[in-house]
Design a protein around this ligand. Structure first.
Ligand SMILES: C[S@@+](CC[C@H](N)C(=O)[O-])C[C@H]1O[C@@H](n2cnc3c(N)ncnc32)[C@H](O)[C@@H]1O
Length: 338
């Protein structure tokens, strides 16, 4: 049965986030796990938060469903409802405050149903594990599936995250569901995003934040390969105020790792710039004999009046509000003296 210990941290974060998004309140909230497998994720969200009065699980595989039913029964929680079958065949329109779409591979076949099921003000959680597609190995598939041209190379995974966000935001807009990313992150083999639907329409802000990162010139890191790329979501990946109030739950299975990840995401959310720099790539671009040390580089950018923060995407990746020429200048200045 589907159970992957490496997903513990991912689910810990999901619990922390649902607690932050849905604090205890005298309202009857409903959650829906469209692809439940054996229910591990949903059961944690129900058991470790006070977010939901009712939580529905759909699972198509009879073998997984049998385990799901047993797990739900053994959990002893009230308000849990299980459904055997294709979740797309029984969408309850605008019924859910939280819809979780966690497929093997692409979420694309389920997005329409997920959006129809979401209540105004609700939160949509989406995983995509088709990273080769999103990160540029299968460019044609990415264009057909997500309507965006991917980046191949080191910026490919973040490009994929931003293509997925752009796709979901556009699909929402087509159905008058205005979505805003509240937390988006990248792991080796998947991306996961949480988007909140607005209750009041904004002034079309999303369109202004879609684009091709290679058109930003000196403003951001070099994007390798030949464009055009995207359209991608070039706006914030996180809602800083939400991140600020997330806590490590007492029930977390990997509390130290979750604390580290939350700290990193909070730091990262202070610099809302798409794409990241790495000391290694700077060294090869600038023909330095070794990568500039990260901490002095960040300090140097801050001393020049720019924001700079490490990113969760890679251990030595960082984002900055400084133009590329300033980043290069700061890196050059840290060259070892011979
Ligand atoms: C990645 S697993 C879900 C994992 C689960 N969310 C968790 O965190 O433990 C995807 C599941 O979706 C189920 N599935 C695939 N297509 C489905 C459909 N159309 N309706 C319902 N379930 C489906 C598969 O059988 C599989 O168990």
């Amino acid at each position: 049965m589907f159970y992957n210990a490496a997903m513990e941290l991912d689910r810990d974060l999901n619990v922390a986030l649902v607690r932050g998004l849905f604090p205890p309140a005298p309202v009857a909230r409903r959650g829906w796990e469209m692809l439940a497998a054996t229910g591990v994720r949903g059961l944690r969200l129900v058991g470790e938060t006070d977010a939901f009065e009712r939580y529905d699980f759909h699972e198509r595989s009879p073998a997984a469903f049998a385990v799901l039913e047993r797990n739900v029964h053994e959990s002893g929680h009230a308000g849990l409802v299980t459904h055997l079958g294709d979740s797309r065949q029984s969408v309850e329109e605008r019924a859910f405050d939280y819809v979780d779409l966690d497929p093997f591979g692409t979420p694309e076949p389920f997005v329409n149903s997920a959006l129809r099921a979401l209540r105004p003000g609700g939160v949509l959680a989406v995983t995509a594990t088709d990273m080769p597609v999103l990160a540029g190995v299968a460019r044609g598939v990415c264009e057909r599936r997500y309507g965006g041209r991917p980046i191949r190379g080191s910026q490919g995974p973040e490009g994929g995250l931003r293509i997925l966000l752009a796709y979901l935001i556009r699909e929402g807009a087509r159905r008058s569901v205005e979505l805003e990313p509240v937390l988006s992150y990248l792991h080796d083999h998947y991306v996961r995003v949480f988007l909140k639907s607005r209750t009041a329409p904004s002034e079309n802000a999303a369109d202004a934040l879609m684009g091709d990162p290679s058109e930003s010139g000196d403003a951001g890191p070099e994007i390798s390969g030949s464009g055009p790329f995207g359209p991608m979501w070039l706006g914030p990946l996180f809602e800083g105020r939400l991140l600020a109030r997330l806590e490590v739950p007492a029930t977390a299975q990997r509390p130290a790792e979750l604390r580290k990840l939350l700290d990193r995401l909070r730091e990262e959310s202070t610099v809302e710039r798409p794409f990241y720099y790495e000391p290694n790539t700077l060294a090869s671009e600038l023909h330095l004999s070794e990568p500039p040390p990260l901490a002095p580089l960040l300090a140097g950018l801050r001393a020049r009046g720019f924001a700079a923060a490490r990113s969760h995407v890679r251990p030595s990746a960082f984002r900055t509000s400084a133009p590329r020429s300033v980043v290069q200048d700061a890196a050059q200045g840290l060259r070892p003296r011979s």
